[in-house]
Every structure is written in structure tokens, then in C-alpha cells.
Design a protein. Structure first.
Length: 274
């Protein structure tokens, strides 16, 4: 029965993904100004609260691009699949991508970041373990979202060397945070790492804010973007439109209004903002 259920869920997932692909294709054929993007949930940056509120990065990008007559079509897709689709050119862009020397060669970026991110490690409340350096993870089981990268730091190499071992427990899909929280509470994993604003948002939403705590953070602050497919013919036009549009939204005070919905302001949104 279990194998049958897994097969059914796998088939259902594939049908949903194919439906999304057909939808993207239909929209693109109907309107050349449509930009089809995807990502997994990463609230408050990327989510699907309702048709108008899909995370501050999506909201800002949508309003910025419409100023140049581009329509943004966003769909929730698991992270690993979204990356493959963008690289293959079947999806125009992925939102929530950090810019570093590796991703710069794999995607087309505008000059405008839409958020910044700091990765922190999490533990069960009142546990003594603290993250000091990569050696702190030596005897721990780590929860990892499939195909996630943590900018350009030793954590990526540490995961890659161990992801086929029992020390790394991989989760995938679009409900990864609820699963990571559960694995942590059940002591199936000792820690996981993700953006501090995202984990705070998800933990509060699930009523678990008092059950987990930060065990330390990486020093790096990532610049996070909407990244376009290198195979997209209009990638530079989209990048230019995003740069121009975000600048215009800042001038009009619209950025502040979007951020306010998510309980943020420009001072905490991007620390190096001008």
C-alpha cells in the first residue's frame, strides 16, 4: 500500500508539474510580454498568500516589470526542478537566487537585488550546541533542502561530500519547512540552516517559535535576485526593465508600501540600500 501511495503521489506531482509547463507555454505563446518564473515557498520573500501577495520579492518584481509592459507569471515549483527548468529554458526565471561567482555563470542577473539573506543554524530550544565553524557540524545530522546552496562558503562543500551519507537528511517538495521543523522536534536531525527571516516567519506561522532557536549564523550576507534564463532571448530587456522599474518604485514610495505588508521597511530589507 505504501509503495502504491508513493507511486500515486509521484504521478500526481508529475501531472501538476506538466500542467504548469503547459500553462507557461500557453501564456508565452499568447503574450510575448509574459515572463514566467518559479520558486519554492520562501516567505516573506517568495510565497503564495493570495493572487496579489506572493512574497515581497515577487510583488516588487511584478510591479517593477509592469512599468515596462511586462507581465510576471509566478508559480510555486520545488527549488531543484525550478533550477533545471530555467537552465533548460522552459522557465524564464527563478526568484530567490543568490548572486555569486557560480550562479553568475549559470543565470542572467539584473543589477538590482530584491532582498538580502543571512543563513543561520537552528536547534531545539535550550540545547547547548552552538555553531562556531564548519567543524561544529562534525557529529551532527543535518537537514538539507534538496539542491540548496548557501552562497560561496565551506558549508556547500561540507554538504556535497556527505549528502549520500546518513549525516545529511534531504527533504524536497514545497512543504520543506514543516518537515524540517518536525524532523528537528523528533530528533531525526540535529540542525538545519536557512535564512533567519524565513525561518522566523515559518516558525511563527506554525506556532513553533518557542520550540527552536538560532545556534549561530554564517557571516556572509547574500544578495538575492530574480535571475533569468541564459536561453531567454529577452533576458537583457527584462533585466533592464527590472532595474528601471525598481528605481521608479523607490522614488514613488511604493517599495515602502509593499514592505510594510510584510512587517518590514527599507532599513531592514537591504542593509546597503542607497
Amino acid at each position: 500500500m505504501l509503495n502504491s501511495c508513493k507511486l500515486f503521489m509521484s504521478q500526481k506531482s508529475n501531472i501538476l508539474v506538466l500542467s504548469g509547463l503547459f500553462l507557461f507555454s500557453a501564456l508565452s505563446n499568447a503574450d510575448s510580454n509574459v515572463i514566467n518564473i518559479g520558486s519554492d515557498p520562501w516567505c516573506p520573500f517568495v510565497c503564495n498568500i493570495d493572487n496579489r501577495r506572493q512574497g515581497l520579492m515577487v510583488d516588487i518584481a511584478r510591479e517593477a516589470l509592469v512599468l515596462s509592459n511586462f507581465k510576471l507569471n509566478f508559480q510555486i515549483i520545488n527549488w531543484a526542478r525550478a533550477k533545471k527548468m530555467v537552465k533548460a529554458g522552459t522557465l524564464d526565471g527563478i526568484i530567490g537566487m543568490s548572486l555569486d561567482k557560480d550562479t553568475a555563470a549559470q543565470y542572467h542577473f539584473s543589477n538590482t537585488q530584491l532582498a538580502e539573506s543571512q543563513t543561520c543554524f537552528y536547534k531545539r530550544i535550550k540545547e547547548e550546541w552552538e555553531y562556531q565553524s564548519i567543524t561544529s557540524l562534525k557529529d551532527l545530522t543535518f537537514g538539507w533542502i534538496n539542491n540548496y546552496r548557501y552562497s560561496y562558503n565551506p558549508l556547500n562543500d561540507w554538504i556535497l561530500k556527505r549528502k549520500q551519507t546518513e549525516q545529511i537528511l534531504t527533504v524536497a517538495g514545497i512543504d520543506t519547512y514543516s518537515r524540517l521543523f518536525k524532523l528537528l522536534s523528533l530528533k531525526r536531525v540535529d540542525t538545519f540552516a536557512d535564512d533567519r527571516a524565513v525561518v522566523a516567519y515559518e516558525a511563527k506561522k506554525m506556532g513553533l517559535a518557542s520550540e527552536i532557536q538560532i545556534a549561530g549564523c554564517l557571516e556572509d550576507i547574500d544578495n538575492v535576485h530574480l535571475a533569468f534564463s541564459l536561453k531567454a532571448k529577452q533576458k537583457q530587456a527584462w533585466a533592464n526593465a527590472l532595474d528601471i522599474g525598481v528605481a521608479e518604485l523607490k522614488k514613488k514610495g511604493r517599495i515602502d508600501e509593499i514592505l510594510a505588508f510584510y512587517g518590514l521597511n527599507q532599513k531592514v530589507w537591504i542593509s546597503n540600500i542607497k
